[in-house]
Ligand binder design. Structure first.
Ligand code: KE4
Length: 430
């Protein structure tokens, strides 16, 4: 339980508890998985954030991924400030969207054409609608523990055995919608094959987080993504990589570059907007031709392609592509994980970490999990205590054992040393 929230944070939390469900704009921020009250953050710069009581934290959430260059990156702030002075948005074509669109295609060649949205949820929802229209089938296959935003079709998990219909994960999702969503364990190719066989000719797409980040950080087993590609081709289904989290984070070209597997469609969010609201979906030209106004698949958005958001995304990606920047972040991430694990081992505490590019994961367990069931079997209560102890020592971790940690270019030696000192002391108080 974290006592880190100071008096002003607690006062704000009372105001927002009255205004918003759970006092938050997104559920995970309410600290329900770890207990205690969230600090209310008033400013952020580099690797550090400061709450309304003046407490400083090294931030490993990074706005849930976008802040890979660090908070208030000077290059991004300069560009966004200048763009704002030319207007915040016009709801028209703009040079800014063209510039970002071209850059995304250059970085991920599988994205021959794309459409911007304002969130990852919207990107995944639209990609699913497109897949259903292009293939002429209704069912979608996803994986337990993978999250693709909160569209109804994705808020469904396996019923008894994944070969039957899905069941709603949330009130308000109609059975009729859930039944078209098949869910199988991540990293289980046999279950994928069985589900596709049992629903032959009915599955429009297989959606996957190519590196899972919503049940902690779980990489694909060797051959898993290649197996999905083969299975989709054999069954006439589209392979959709949800790279909202992994895009530009596990590799500059996303997981599809890291593992050399080409999806039919890719969904983006987070880093593509550099902290402002941007999502996108894209892929093979002939698929994207189905999207209105070229084709009949309708999708629209008042703030899609907003020029200020486009500018933030463009300069974030350009900054990330500067020579050596991404590799340095990946090296920092790997070194941090190695040292976190070494300290736990010295203290005889079962704890494992994983690092993939600029994404990290930590579990209190003897070995790192390969799917949701194994992730759930880790010592979640110990993580809960650890989270509060780290917060009290000035380290701002995702408030759930089922989230990934996000390292950025601003996590310098001083920030990393602060995390490691807090880690060593927190383990002594677990
Ligand atoms: P948004 O609608 O939150 O922009 O994106 C949804 C989404 C889609 N796909 C993946 C792989 C995602 O990780 C997400 C959103 N991630 C969560 C964190 N695990 C966002 C944090 C939140 O929900 O507040």
């Amino acid at each position: 339980m974290s006592e880190a929230a100071g008096p002003r944070s607690r006062a704000f939390n009372r105001v927002t508890a009255d205004l918003f469900p759970g006092g938050v704009s997104s559920p995970v921020r309410a600290f329900k998985s770890v207990g205690g009250e969230p600090p209310v953050i008033r400013r952020a710069e580099g690797a550090w954030i400061v709450d309304v009581d003046g407490n400083r934290y090294v931030d490993l959430i990074g706005s849930w991924g976008p802040m890979i260059l660090g908070h208030a990156n000077p290059r991004v702030v300069r560009a966004v400030t200048a763009r704002v002075r030319r207007g915040l948005g016009t709801g028209t074509p703009s040079p800014d969207e063209a510039r970002l669109g071209r850059l995304v295609r250059e970085m991920l060649p599988s994205v021959e054409r794309l459409r911007f949205t304002v969130s990852g949820t919207e990107a995944c929802m639209s990609a699913l609608r497109l897949a259903r229209a292009a293939v002429g089938r209704d069912k979608v296959l996803k994986f337990e523990g993978c999250y693709h935003g909160h569209a109804d079709a994705f808020l469904s998990s396996a019923g008894s055995g994944a070969l039957t219909f899905g069941t709603p994960d949330s009130p308000g999702v109609p059975e009729a919608v859930a039944r078209d969503t098949l869910t199988v364990p991540f990293n289980d190719l046999a279950a994928v094959e069985a589900a596709l066989e049992a629903n032959a000719g009915q599955v429009a797409a297989v959606f996957v987080e190519p590196v899972a980040g919503n049940m902690g950080l779980i990489p694909p087993k060797p051959g898993f993504l290649e197996g999905l590609r083969t299975a989709c081709d054999a069954h006439g289904a589209l392979l959709v990589f949800d790279e909202v989290m992994t895009g530009f984070r596990v590799h500059l070209g996303g997981a599809q570059a890291l593992y050399d597997v080409r999806p039919d469609l890719t969904c983006f969010g987070k880093i593509i907007g550099g902290g402002l609201p941007v999502g996108a979906y894209g892929g093979r030209s002939e698929l994207m031709a189905h999207i209105a106004p070229e084709g009949g698949v309708y999708q629209a958005g008042t703030l899609a392609g907003n020029p200020v958001a486009m500018t933030a995304g463009y300069h974030t990606l350009k900054g990330l592509r500067e020579p050596g920047v991404f590799d340095a972040i990946a090296e920092t991430t790997a070194a941090l994980c190695t040292r976190l694990e070494a300290v736990a081992q010295e203290k005889g505490i079962p704890m494992v970490t994983r690092a993939i590019g600029a994404m990290a994961g930590l579990w209190f367990a003897e070995r790192a999990p390969d799917d949701l069931e194994e992730a759930k079997a880790c010592d979640l209560e110990r993580f809960r205590r650890y989270h509060g102890l780290m917060l009290e020592r000035g380290v701002h971790l995702p408030p759930s054992p089922f989230e990934a940690w996000f390292v950025g270019a601003a996590h310098d030696e001083a920030a990393i040393a602060h995390v490691l000192d807090a880690h060593a002391d927190a383990l002594d108080h677990l």
